[in-house]
Design a protein around this ligand. Structure first.
Ligand code: XIL
Length: 678
């Protein structure tokens, strides 16, 4: 009786197991290789997607969450939360876990190389990172992509290696070190070199040569990862077959690590691509199914060396290529496509490989647009992925008030820390001149989306700053920010909110006007410009005369500075509204200071400017505006170089100015004024 009960129970269990374990891709391929998928946080948290993973796949890879930067955003500060969630999902479901990736030029914390460390320091950092992550997931990760994408794409390049910062510092020794550190940390994990475009003969041969050379030297490389970001036109079965056949002469393990097939002409693992896709017609669906069928036919042929084929993302909705590329066996709703059927049933392709369409260069500015003129759905930039969490940095960043219309970056937080982001896809090195004193600015690094991002090492001084970008050695402005004349050029400007910003804030008070006047300068034979601030009450009474302040800018600036970035007009309006000063006119002209060479300030006499100011501009202003046209009605002040000018000119022409102010740029010494009555 007991025996019968037990049998019945076993039958029920077997039936129910069958029902939940409906045959998935992994079952169809159990005699060939594992079928894997790259997963994100949503995939492992959502019940329906978890079910799909359990049903179809027996290996997973973290799409981003085990990469160097997300796991160690700052030196020694590890962030395991997301990686743990994926590892736990694998542990709980008995699914194998591929580790991706230990060393890559992309998605690596800028602390690793950003401060130009010595080779020894870099190796130490690399070793600690590798030891930490490999040790943590030793129980569940059975293989690691140790080095990712270290080979050059350009067929004409003489150096076979990608010119990454790590390569430039260490040559190919960093590859050896990475494998050695990984082997030391986990002697049982299979260690892979992983790359894209591995079927292109030039890149294939470079990878082959590199791996062979390293293995001959005893570097512990167990396998080659072929990313396999393909399209419906490429590669042919022959090319794929040739690459696998060649690689298997030197390694015992090949993994197809990041398989997807675009329906447009692009391919490869480069992080620059359009998300245009193509119209998904029935024939495109067939081409997709056929190309998957072709590739799997080659993979099956090489089952002796291929252990695992991993799709890069669960469904089109997750794809890094964007859903319009229609790249995966599951669509945006996680429904299987025709391609799924072809893969699972191991069908032969219905048609021949279509010829690759002739490349039409896309007109400038059309990148990122869908056919039919619609804007492509490029996922919004995700700051969380580009700027790792830091307990010392408040996440209350706002676009700088000096940004160009609609621009998010640069951003400033309440501590005065600045974040930059610029899109310069082909740049090799980008930095920003703004940074903490003595550090020469802030280096930017490539973010996950190929833009350049960076953050000042700490809070900046309050108020306005000029800055510029240095891109591959050249000086450029930040396209996100407005330009202001400073440092003898129109520079990018940024405002760090100041604790006392209220005194220059834009308020609903009576506002004066700043008008631009052009006056002829006979001494220099040129037309010059001045800006004239007129207080709100100016002109109301035609007889009222106003005092005038001649206000000079500093070195590197010009006549725009005071009323533009200096907000002299707003400051006046606010002071007047609060009854803190009496109305007066301010005249701001170019002090001709920018021709003075550095080091030559001692010889600077301001003589030419004195003539322009006192003999040409002052009479112009007195004849065109309601001024108190005498010494008692005139003041001169200046900042820095403008202060030097003020001192020189007021001392030489005491009959013109009754008041003066040196806003840095010197002091009047007792001997300067010893013979003067006022
Ligand atoms: C991609 C991810 O899919 C994206 O989400 C991320 O923004 C950039 O990286 N080669 C690799 C993968 O080795 O790590 C890349 O993954 C795709 C190209």
């Amino acid at each position: 009786m007991k025996q019968t009960k037990r049998l019945a129970l076993a039958a029920v269990l077997a039936l129910s197991t069958c029902a939940t374990w409906a045959q998935g891709l992994k079952d169809a391929y159990k005699d060939y290789f594992m079928i894997g998928v790259a997963v994100n946080q949503r995939n492992v948290s959502n019940a329906q997607q978890q079910d799909l993973i359990r049903k179809e796949f027996n290996s997973i890879t973290a799409e981003n969450d085990m990469k160097p930067e997300p796991t160690e955003p700052r030196e020694g500060q590890f962030n395991w939360e997301n990686a743990d969630r994926i590892a736990n999902f694998a542990r709980q479901n008995g699914i194998k876990l591929r580790g991706h990736c230990l060393m890559w030029h992309s998605q690596i914390g800028r602390w690793m190389l950003g401060d130009n460390p010595t080779k020894e320091v870099f190796y130490e950092r690399m070793k600690k990172h590798i030891q930490a992550i490999v040790t943590r997931y030793k129980d569940v990760i059975y293989c690691w992509d140790v080095v990712n994408e270290a080979i050059e794409d350009n067929a004409n390049a003489t150096d076979p290696y990608r010119q990454s910062a790590m390569y430039k510092l260490c040559g190919d020794e960093f590859i050896e070190k990475a494998f050695q550190f990984a082997r030391e940390a986990d002697p049982n994990a299979l260690l892979f070199y992983n790359d894209y475009s591995t079927v292109d003969p030039h890149k294939r041969d470079r990878i082959y040569n590199m791996v062979k050379k390293m293995k001959d030297k005893g570097v512990p490389i167990d396998g080659i990862g072929m990313q396999a970001h393909y399209n419906i036109y490429f590669p042919s079965e022959d090319l794929l077959d040739q690459a696998i056949s060649k690689f298997k002469t030197i390694v015992k393990h090949i993994h197809i690590t990041e398989f997807d097939i675009r329906v447009n002409e692009e391919m490869g693992g480069g992080l620059q691509f359009s998300r245009d896709g193509a119209a998904v017609t029935d024939s495109v669906k067939q081409h997709l199914a056929d190309q998957y069928a072709r590739c799997f036919r080659v993979f099956r042929k090489h089952k002796d060396v291929i252990d695992c084929v991993t799709f890069w993302n669960l469904g089109d909705r997750d794809s890094w290529l964007g859903a319009a590329n229609y790249p995966l066996p599951f669509d945006t709703e996680y429904k299987p496509k025709l391609a799924y059927q072809y893969i699972k049933e191991m069908k032969d392709p219905a048609w021949n490989l279509p010829p690759r369409p002739a490349r039409k260069p896309r007109p400038q500015g059309q990148q990122g647009r869908r056919r039919g003129g619609q804007q492509a759905q490029r996922p919004a930039f995700n700051p969380d992925m580009a700027f790792p969490e830091d307990p010392n940095v408040k996440e209350d960043f706002k676009p700088s008030t000096k940004n160009q219309p609609g621009q998010q970056f640069p951003m400033v937080n309440s501590q005065g820390i600045v974040r930059f982001r610029v899109e310069i896809p082909d740049a090799q090195a980008v930095s920003v001149s703004l940074g903490l004193g003595g550090q020469g600015g802030t280096p930017l690094h490539r973010a996950y989306d190929n833009s350049w991002v960076g953050q000042t090492a700490g809070p900046m001084d309050e108020g306005f700053h000029y800055y510029h970008l240095t891109v591959d050695g050249g000086t450029l402005n930040d396209p996100g920010a407005q330009n202001y004349y400073g440092s003898c050029r129109w520079e990018s400007g940024i405002e760090i909110p100041a604790h006392d910003q209220d005194f220059y804030a834009e308020k609903n008070v009576a506002h004066g006007q700043v008008s631009e006047v052009r006056f002829w300068s006979e001494s220099t034979k040129s037309l010059k410009r001045a800006f004239v601030y007129l207080p709100p009450t100016y002109g109301q009474n035609k007889k009222e005369k106003f005092p005038v302040l001649y206000l000079q800018h500093g070195w590197g600036e010009n006549e725009y500075a005071w009323s533009n970035q200096g907000h002299a007009n707003l400051i006046m309006d606010n002071l007047l509204a609060e009854g803190k000063c009496k109305p007066f006119i301010i005249v701001m002209t170019y002090g001709m200071t920018n021709d003075v060479r550095f080091g030559g300030i001692g010889q600077f006499t301001a003589k030419e400017f004195e003539t322009v100011l006192v003999d040409e501009l002052v009479p112009y202003i007195d004849s065109h505006f309601q001024t108190i046209a005498k010494k008692e009605g005139r003041a001169m002040a200046g900042l820095s170089m403008g202060g030097i000018e003020t001192k020189l000119i007021t001392l030489r022409r005491p009959e013109v100015f009754g008041y003066y102010g040196l806003l840095s740029g010197g002091t009047y010494q007792p001997e300067d004024i010893k013979d003067r009555s006022r």
